[in-house]
Design a protein around this ligand. Structure first.
Ligand code: ZN
Length: 499
């Protein structure tokens, strides 16, 4: 009994001594200063808590020049048990200098038929409730600072991600709207307070609940933040901004050539991601616009239209903005030409409907239709040329052709890009305008009294004043049926277009 008591007392003494010693020595942590040099610093043993809460992911770095090794080390020095995962699209070349351990992992996203799907591998590696994306060249100052950020995120119920600045640069919070239906992303200058951001600009790390991260369609797409913020915005998930000195940056690129190469690669990756997410237009404050869709040198974004319903309508999308723009450009070119040679023409069918509704092409329409007096055709060189040749490309690069489907003309955006304008020659026959070819795909294409063209009037369309029939409403209701202007419908469907 005595023996037991003695042992217990000795144990207690040893325990108390260990507690004391722990406070004295083992609480020291490495802390990196901005220049990357390390020195000792006293800090609580919070690194263990941190390791249980957060997994670090390094996704954004260039193969040709990076600081991945240093970034990983920074975290390992502060919190040796923290899991750090480096994710890449392939095996980096030249190879990364990584000291792999039980907590440092590399995952190659390239699908390899004999291996497990890399996303599943990552899911297994991340066992912490939080995942933290850090940009290449990030140095952590102290574990307790990062823990503050985690705590901050826990208290803010309405955010799904937390942006933590790297360095002292102020983070911006512009508005972002993603419209999948019109294949576009709009950025606005609106700065939505740091509490609820759609998008965060500036060098930062991003903290998310691991569970939320894997709810995303594609959590590791690059450019990482553009892709993540698009996916967050589509879910109406907001991002908060943390202010605190958690991370310091180091310079990655040693000269402007590497910097330039990095920017170039970034653009290529952006283009690739936009294609995957089907975004074809990005606008900044409705002023600067960037198109990622078709051009004069590439094919039109959609294939041959069957039954007047382009494929994208079945997928809940409208005509790609690049295509609408190509059709507008082609139509303006054709109107200018028709005005020049004084041929009597008028806006037809769906195009006229669009003009009346909103002075533009109907957002899900895929061409512009124009009627012209057949007897005026020989006033215009272009049509005269088409009596001798089946097709030609004019100086501006538009491709004119005699349609193979019947007696009408088609002007394409270019030889390769088949976005087009159709021109239908009509002639009067006992007061009725008629023509040779009737297309099944243009269902509202019918004969009509010539009165509507006497006189011709003007209507605003795609930024021009173009020729149109008189009594437009009556003309449209004659062709499409009553109430057509007020009731938008898809071409070959009884479904009324919502919203
Ligand atoms: Zn297009």
């Amino acid at each position: 009994m005595k023996c037991l008591m003695v042992v217990l007392v000795i144990n207690l003494v040893i325990f108390l001594y260990l507690m004391y010693a722990h406070n004295l020595f083992s609480v020291d942590q490495y802390v990196l200063s901005a220049d990357g040099a390390s020195h000792y610093h006293r800090e609580d043993a919070q690194h263990l808590v941190l390791a249980r809460e957060v997994t670090v992911v390094i996704r954004e770095f260039e193969d040709f020049e990076n600081r991945v090794h240093e970034t990983v080390n920074s975290f390992k020095l502060i919190s040796p048990y923290m899991t750090v995962i480096v994710i890449s699209d392939n095996i980096p070349y030249p190879p990364l200098k990584l000291n792999f351990s039980q907590t440092v992992h590399f995952v190659n996203l390239q699908l390899q038929p004999m291996l497990t799907n890399p996303t599943d591998v990552i899911k297994r590696l991340i066992v912490t409730p939080y995942t933290l994306f850090v940009p290449d060249g990030t140095n952590i100052t102290r574990s307790k600072h990062l823990l503050h950020a985690v705590k901050n995120m826990k208290t803010r119920k309405f955010i799904k991600a937390l942006a933590i600045p790297v360095g002292y640069e102020k983070l911006n919070c512009p508005g972002m709207d993603v419209h999948l239906r019109s294949w576009s992303v709009d950025f606005t200058n609106f700065v939505g307070g740091e509490g609820m951001c759609d998008y965060v600009q500036g060098n930062h790390a991003l903290l998310m609940l691991t569970h939320d991260l894997f709810e995303l369609t594609s959590p590791f797409e690059r450019p990482l933040y553009v892709s993540l913020y698009m996916q967050l915005t589509l879910r109406r998930w907001k991002t908060g901004v943390f202010s605190g000195n958690v991370f310091m940056p180091t310079t990655i690129f040693k000269d402007f050539r590497s910097e330039w190469k990095h920017k170039h690669m970034e653009e290529l990756r952006l283009e690739n991601t936009m294609r995957k997410f089907e975004i074809k237009k990005v606008s900044y404050d409705k002023q600067k616009e960037f198109y990622y869709g078709c051009t004069k040198d590439t094919e039109r974004c959609f294939g041959t239209v069957i039954n007047d319903m382009p494929d994208f309508l079945y997928r809940g999308k409208w005509t790609p903005p690049c295509c609408l723009e190509a059709i507008r450009e082609t139509a303006r070119h054709v109107f200018n030409m028709l005005n020049k040679c004084s041929a009597r023409y008028w806006l037809e069918g769906g195009s006229l409907l669009g003009a009346v509704r909103h002075k533009d092409i109907i957002p899900w329409d895929y061409d512009v239709d124009i009627g012209v007096y057949k007897e005026d055709l020989d006033k215009c060189d272009q049509f005269v040329t088409l009596t001798k040749r089946n097709s030609f490309t004019d100086e501006a690069g538009f491709h004119w052709e005699k349609a193979t489907e019947g007696e009408f003309f088609r002007v394409h955006y270019s030889t390769v890009n088949r976005n087009h304008v159709d021109i239908f020659p009509f002639y009067p026959k006992s007061g009725i305008m008629t023509k040779r070819t009737w297309l099944k795909t243009h269902r509202q294409d019918t004969e009509f009294p010539e009165n509507y063209l006497k006189p011709l009037t003007k209507v605003e369309f795609i930024g021009m004043n173009v020729s149109a029939p008189n009594n437009i409403r009556q003309f449209l209701e004659y062709k499409f049926g009553k109430g057509v202007i007020e009731t938008p419908r898809f071409p070959n469907s009884e479904i009324v277009v919502g919203g």
